[in-house]
Design a protein around this ligand. Structure first.
Ligand SMILES: Cc1ncc(C[n+]2csc(CCOP(=O)(O)OP(=O)(O)O)c2C)c(N)n1
Ligand SMILES: [Mg+2]
Length: 753
């Protein structure tokens, strides 16, 4: 394993030619650190149903295992980090061999195992799928610096996930340095406090034997109390100097000196580096202890050496260090490998070959039949009348869905980080209940003043989290991946206050990269959240949504548009070619009559198609327009009022209501041959005979719609919000930020001279 992992990186850097001169990279030291752990795990302990998240920099070890198990074509071993080759970090979607979790952004890949455990429990509790399997994460020790880890650990559901096992590769090093002091004890206590079983695999058998001798206890205390930095220094100290350094200056010096006096230099040298995280049998014992605790997760702290058995072992700067050609050849000699035939498999008939064959059979997963997601209706039949906000329409949508399409509703699972009621999920929660691990008593069931029934059972369809946006998108990602793991699609919808989209952004995006599909609803949004003010008002999220790969961003203005787009978004989930969606909603009540949804079925269907393609002309001037106002979301009433004023002044003005700037941008790219896709919506929104200067307006950053002038090739004025929010009433703020009716009119007049 050590040889293959090292050689995969070696070949990419020292053998394969690169044209550009850009360094290839790869991590021999981080891989060497984990070979013991991964060998013990895969070749002995793991079962087919288990899933493993491998720390990003040990990707070469995972590929080496897959190669030995016959799951990876040898041709890939020379293609680490090449175009179409093995990815630098384990990738579910891009690697050619089986990878259970995408990792790379440290912290996220590890916590994904917890959300995967939860998602599996959910899907197994609601649908007929095979149950079971452990969820294992292999982490670097510095990965525990990440907030994502601790955000996950304090979630109240996590301590119940007995199927979760984390194994920390405790090599005392991060990227830049030796981790200061001795963090392990403190971190262990934190896992303990979070309700985990903690297991430590620290000293190897050589050291353990020494500890039983006279002076052994002093030696153990000395190493236990040694800072990480001093210990790492010992790993790089020549044998003859260890006799001086190891005893230290404390009270134990004399007995330790005496103990070492009986040993050869080479024995001291071997003892100092004798850590059990490289001892297969100690590791297997720890794995079994972990299995014994089924009512809570387990974490194993396995002490290891970074760059174990390589010339750079234990050096603080070894993170990206590569072996020279000479060192690599020497390693071949030490490990009994052949530098001229680096990818040679074990000879048939050997114990090693038999072990590989055995593991390959044990780890073969049966094919899971993939169920199709339910067919989603195109309409739930609600008459959107009166004044309503998109957030209200969102809440009502679920009640309608349960009536109009019960099978679809059965597949919906909602998730919220403590904002379910304030994002209007109350009605849905009352209908379906809350999912919990084990039933819980609802102590407020008989309280007549309770509006939301907090009924928690294994059958609920809402998952409530603490105030943890990272956890939210982690759970969404895994709920959105059950179609690929269990063969059973779910339709996950998460709600979040829109300004916190940015906090969730990176793990949200990573979840999509990893293959999860879900809907994220950001509400309320923008300065329209007026009285609440300040940094609670989201500004950049419209462009964040537009730029997010594998996701369609929607910002509907009306209830009908929300209904159609949400149904469409649901129809895109839970499938190999699926897409996620982001909805930016608002609490501003808007007169639904303004939408003027056509009553004639054909015209209505045409409207629906346009809503789903990105927008429609909500007001057509009678004469050829001299200006076009393009508005998105809550700004549509202001745009219509501005068009009225302009019309009164004799200036014919069209108004376009955008439902998705994202889709219109894609259509523009498609028209120019820069991307695949449909472009017909461009001619519907901006036909050649109606082209006029554009005023764009949204409750968000104005640059989001600036691209539209490249479609119309007319002058453009972009209105929107460019500074932090303020408290006030909606009209105060619209005026302050220049997105009010007067400013729209003024901008149009300026444009047309
Ligand atoms: C979120 C994030 N921040 C930073 C990095 C860059 N990075 C990659 S590995 C690493 C150090 C990891 O140390 P550790 O987890 O102990 O792994 P080791 O290589 O020591 O096994 C850093 C900072 C990253 N990949 N992801
Ligand atoms: Mg480390």
């Amino acid at each position: 394993m050590l040889w293959l992992a090292t050689s995969i990186v070696h070949h990419a850097n020292k053998v394969r030619e690169t044209q550009s001169g850009v360094k290839v990279g790869g991590h021999q030291a981080s891989s060497a650190s984990m070979v013991g752990i991964m060998t013990a795990l895969y070749f002995k302990h793991l079962a087919a149903a288990d899933r493993v998240s491998v720390k990003p920099h040990a990707a070469p070890v995972l590929h080496a295992i897959n190669y030995l198990l016959g799951r990876l074509d040898p041709g890939y071993l020379t293609e680490l980090r090449s175009f179409g080759g093995l990815q630098s970090y384990p990738s579910r979607s891009k690697d050619p061999d089986p990878v259970d979790f995408a990792t790379g952004s440290v912290g996220i890949g590890a916590t994904a195992t917890l959300w995967s455990a939860l998602a599996h429990r959910y899907v197994a509790g609601h649908f007929d799928v095979p149950q079971g399997g452990r969820q294992v994460a292999l982490l670097g020790d510095a990965e525990l610096d990440e907030g994502a880890i601790w955000e996950a650990l304090v979630d109240p559901m996590v301590p119940h996930l007995g199927e979760a096992l984390w194994i920390v590769d405790l090599n005392r090093q991060s990227l830049d340095r030796v981790v200061p002091d001795i963090a392990a004890g403190r971190i262990g206590a934190m896992f303990d406090a979070a309700g985990w079983q903690t297991i430590t695999v620290k000293y190897g058998r050589r050291l353990r034997e020494l500890f039983t001798r006279e002076g052994g206890e002093a030696l153990r205390k000395r190493i236990d109390a040694m800072s990480n930095e001093e210990y790492q220094r010992l790993l790089r100290t020549p044998a003859d100097q260890l006799r001086e350094r190891v005893p230290g200056a404390g009270r134990g010096r004399k007995p330790i000196e005496k103990l070492l006096g009986d040993l050869e230099d080479t024995e001291i040298h071997a003892a100092v580096r004798d850590l059990a995280g490289h001892d297969l049998s100690d590791l297997l014992d720890a794995f079994r202890t972990a299995d014994d605790a089924t009512d809570r997760p387990s974490v194993i702290f396995a002490y290891t050496i970074k760059a174990w058995s390589l010339p750079t072992q234990g050096h603080p700067a070894n993170h990206s260090a590569l072996l020279s050609g000479e060192q690599w050849k020497t390693l071949a000699g030490e490990l009994g490998a052949d530098a001229d035939d680096p990818w040679a498999l074990f000879e048939p008939g050997t114990t090693e070959a038999a072990l590989c064959a055995d593991a390959a059979v044990r780890l073969t997963r049966p094919d899971t039949p993939r169920r199709e997601p339910p067919k989603v209706v195109t309409d739930v039949g609600r008459d959107h009348a009166g004044k309503a906000s998109t957030q209200q329409a969102f809440g009502r949508f679920f009640v309608d869905l349960a009536h109009a399409a019960p099978e679809v509703a059965d597949h919906v699972v909602t998730v919220s980080p403590d904002v379910a009621s304030s994002t209007n999920l109350g009605g849905w929660i009352n209908r379906t209940g809350i999912f919990s691990i084990g039933d819980r008593i609802d102590w407020f069931a008989d309280d007549t003043e309770t509006l939301i029934k907090w009924r928690q059972t294994g059958h609920g369809q809402h998952i409530e989290l603490g105030i943890a946006e990272g956890n939210l998108v982690g759970v969404l990602g895994e709920l959105g991946a059950t179609w690929s793991r269990d063969g059973q699609p779910l339709l996950p919808i998460g709600t979040i206050y829109d300004p916190f989209i940015n906090r969730a952004l990176e793990p949200w995006s990573f979840g999509m990269y990893a293959g999860g599909q879900s809907i994220l609803v950001g509400t309320p949004s923008g300065v329209t959240l007026a009285p609440e003010g300040g940094a609670h008002q989201s500004i950049t999220t419209p462009s964040v949504g537009l730029e997010q790969p594998r996701c369609i961003a929607w910002e509907p203005a009306f209830g009908q548009d929300l209904e159609w787009t949400l149904l469409y978004a649901l129809s895109r989930l839970g499938r190999p070619d699926g897409t996620s969606a982001y909805f930016r909603l608002s609490t501003r009540p808007i007169d639904q009559k303004l939408a003027a949804v056509p009553a004639d079925p054909a015209a209505r269907e045409k409207r629906r198609a346009q809503v789903l393609a990105g927008g429609y002309r909500i007001r057509a001037a009678e004469a050829p327009p001299r200006a076009t106002i393009v508005a998105m979301g809550v700004m549509v009433p202001e745009a219509l009022a501005a068009a009225d004023e302009l019309a009164q002044a004799g200036i014919a003005t069209d108004v376009i209501c955008l439902t998705s700037a994202d889709l219109v941008f894609r259509a523009m790219q498609a028209r120019q041959g820069l991307a695949d896709g449909e472009d017909a919506i461009l001619d519907e929104l901006f036909p050649a005979d109606r082209r006029a200067p554009l005023v764009t307006v949204l409750d968000g950053h104005p640059h989001t719609l600036a691209f539209l002038s490249a479609i119309t090739r007319t002058p453009i004025a972009c209105l929107g919000v460019q500074d932090f929010g303020q408290s006030g009433d909606v009209n105060d703020l619209y005026r302050h930020f220049g997105i009010d009716t007067d400013t729209i009119v003024g901008a149009a007049l300026d444009l047309i001279g």
